[in-house]
Design a protein around this ligand. Sequence first.
Ligand code: KG4
Ligand code: ZN
Length: 369
Amino acid sequence: MLCLGIETSCDDTSLALVADAEILGQETWSQNELHALFGGVVPELASREHAKNIGGLFDRLLERTGVRAEDIELVCPARGPGLLGSLLVGVAFAKAFALGRSVRFIGINHLHAHVFAAGLKNKLTLPALALLVSGGHTLLYRVEGPDEFAVLGKSFDDAAGEAFDKAGKMLGLPYPAGRHIDRLAQDGVEEARLFPRPHTGKDNLDFSFSGLKTAMWLHVSRHPELKASFDVQSGELSLPRDRQTRQSLADTCASYRQAVVDCLCLRVEEALNGRENADVQSLILAGGVAANSLLRPSVGKIAAKRGLEFNVPPPELCADNGAMIAYLGSLLADMGYEHDLDMRAVPRGTPVPQDMFRSGQGGLGSKRV
Ligand code: KG4
Ligand code: ZN
């Protein structure tokens, strides 16, 4: 089935065409440079950028793939969670397309799509345990199928990506800072005990990263020299001139990265130790933070130790992208699911309802209007 996937949940506009788990083409416009001026995503600007770019990206996608609009059989926008103004641009575009061309339509849970992104390269073996780490979410899922996710644990404050981004801001790094901390950490040596491992050892599988952020704030206020500087006009990042200070900055990044990775891996191990997960066949790592060069091998080692298959998308499919939306959409369509065009976008903080219905069965949860 030829599916058009549309991702506009935050600050990337990304459209992709996927057929039988193969990406025929993908066009993405990242707004990182714009939001770096403000040190974080400005929602109103994000939705304006989506509205400005989505039509042109669609035209270019058709042009580059040689696919005709009339060949598209299914259209899937990211439905949520995300910034409402941003989501609405993609959802409205997809609804207009579905209505105008009379094709099937399914609104996709953005988080579930991140998890299935790994399936674009390797068919996933289920049931799986999935660690989803992005800028807005940190979740541990047990995954039974494209329509069956159980949340085992989640962060009750900052997400792992947010912990990287906010710490990076304190160190003078540009937004989003995760990849910069990761890069600097590669030249650093971990100082054990510099940062805590918050909320580990409790009797649940939840995460907390706000204590780590506070620890970074304290560390930076004691060592104000540990600052990079970023020129928003030229896009140039300057590190401290003095070699020793530069090394301390790298060591700080290495220690912080290790602390985040330890907190995540500990929960993965604990979830796998649970008797209820003894039947898990594979371990999935997903979301923007899954691009982290320490987290990938660390989670991979856990899988290898337990003889589990390990699935992680290539770095370019860890970040928000239209292909993951299209892929999960086509799996759900193969199971017979669709949405009515009265489906609503779901902002961050509101659970995404399971209100798809199977063709011919009428809406399950969605009220027809
Ligand atoms: O999944 P994603 O692209 O967008 C959301 O849905 O949030 O994730 C973005 C997050 C940002 O917080 C970014 O700093 C983080 O992923 N990130 C990284 C790395 N690359 C991106 N964090 C740590 N290490 C990286 N290499
Ligand atoms: Zn995302």
